[in-house]
Design a protein around this ligand. Sequence first.
Ligand SMILES: Nc1nc2c(ncn2[C@@H]2O[C@H](COP(=O)(O)OP(=O)(O)OP(=O)(O)O)[C@@H](O)[C@H]2O)c(=O)[nH]1
Ligand SMILES: [Mg+2]
Length: 247
Amino acid sequence: MKTGIIGLPQVGKTSLFRILTKAHLSDQAYANPREAHIGVAKVPDDRLDRLAALYNPRKLTHASVEYVDVGAIGQEALKESAYIGHLRNVDALAHVVRAFEDPSIPHVGPVDPLRDIKNVDFDLMVSDLGQIEKRLERLEKDLKKMKTPELEKEFELLKKANAHLGTEKPLREMVMTPEDKKRLRGFMFLSEKPIFYVLNIGESTELGKELEEAVSKYKAARDFVICGRGECDVAGISDGGGGTVTK
Ligand SMILES: Nc1nc2c(ncn2[C@@H]2O[C@H](COP(=O)(O)OP(=O)(O)OP(=O)(O)O)[C@@H](O)[C@H]2O)c(=O)[nH]1
Ligand SMILES: [Mg+2]
């Protein structure tokens, strides 16, 4: 399982990556937003730890998740083949969204997590649209030379995906048969990947209050976790359950 950490410039992606993977990056790596970082995090599991305490095994293997800190996202970055290659290869996306106020860290306009979520989602969809258009052109030519049922099905499906994206909805929200899903698999579309949002609310002396506020404000925005600086005091909310998990 590989998760790509994405987000606008300077929102805390590399900070989150370091917390999750406990990676010791050199200052140079930290400073270079164009370089992807790859690391592995163990999934904490209380039951496993309790069993280990009981049986004291020689070897203990936790499940792990691989994280890729791909660098800041944007239309330009999405045109770079190395960047897009990293992104296409992940199974899920963690979108870090800036929710902390700090005048010394630049941000595009005022801090507005919902706007940023929308904009980055949009960038992912534009990238998919470009890929679809290219493939449709190619298919059109091929179909003129020779019609096969498989090519025709792919053509129809991509037309449908094209129209779906045209309504500004990500491909993960398109209703598809398992066969169609399979047909699209090779494209590794970005807006088809499962995504969750990491709200970076920064350090706070009133973390409890900030968490509560952020939860009530953004609950409607789908799945998200909340992250502070220094440690990942994370609240996990899924399926609108609203439970708080501290990792
Ligand atoms: N005040 C405050 N600053 C933060 C927080 N998280 C990160 N920063 C600072 O914001 C700056 C950017 O953090 P990074 O983790 O490098 O952000 P990034 O998204 O990886 O940035 P790029 O890779 O350049 O796009 C650094 O100076 C961090 O110290 C936070 O929660 N609060
Ligand atoms: Mg970074």
